[in-house]
Design a protein around this ligand. Sequence first.
Ligand code: CP
Length: 312
Amino acid sequence: MKQYLTINDIDDLSAWVKEGIELKKNPKQFKHLGQDKTIGLLFFNNSLRTRLSTQKAAINLGMDVMVMNFGSEGWALEYADGTVMDQGTSEHIKEATQVISQYCDIIAIRAFAGLEDKEKDEAEEVLNGFKKYASVPIVNMESSVGHPLQALADAITLGEQHKGDRPKVVLSWAPHPKALPHAVANSFIQMMQKQEADFVITHPKGYELDPNIVKDSKIETDQEKALEGADFVYVKNWSNYKDYGKVTDQDPNWTMTLKKLGNAKLMHCLPVRRNVVVADEVLDSEQSLVIEQANNRTYSAQLVLKKILENL
Ligand code: CP
């Protein structure tokens, strides 16, 4: 594999899930693969899980790891070609990326959506800028529109937890006081479209996600109806997509409670705002898979890095 930018870079999700579950049994077995190889993790935004799990994955593979909080420590980057750089930006993406490519064998990037300009966010200027000028593989650690490492970890979690066929999986919007990106929901939807499952998205009217991502996935705006008979409920807030980046609904009736969850397992990517997004009673119950999902972030990242290292 040459890069991991979206969940569509996975050729066979079912095979990857099986491989991820096997990798978890003996995480150090491919330690030779990363010997004398360096990964650079560049963060334009905050992180707990992505930062630590990707480092752990690289360490398990024998890699050296360099981490930079680019957003606060790096020079402000210019992305446009031909710009007279006499304003706020100090370094062009062309030089920055070529320089980092000399130091690293793989570059991983986290750069969230700004949520002010839909067109700019969808152009993925940071991720695509690195992709354009890097001479080494690029890994997406959450970009404006996708979080494919999270979605792969979620697929591994579903693969471990569900033993029968065709589970019912519901992606349920939840309220949140801040405007959050669409990336986690987008990649989860794209991942579920590759699964043998009854998949339903539920959200208040007006909170429709990008139709190019949702495609023909089922939408049910009655949350109670959507949750009927669910095996897994993935709870996630996202800001309004049509009224781009705005918080137009904070209805607490959408908060996930044990009554709503029924017998289903709870999934959430974390961090989660307790008693706003999900009630304490759910997060503290045995129905919650959130800690296991976070654990699987290591094996998701390790699987991706392993496949890239095998191709270097
Ligand atoms: N789920 C996730 O990506 O967590 P962090 O933002 O803490 O990395």
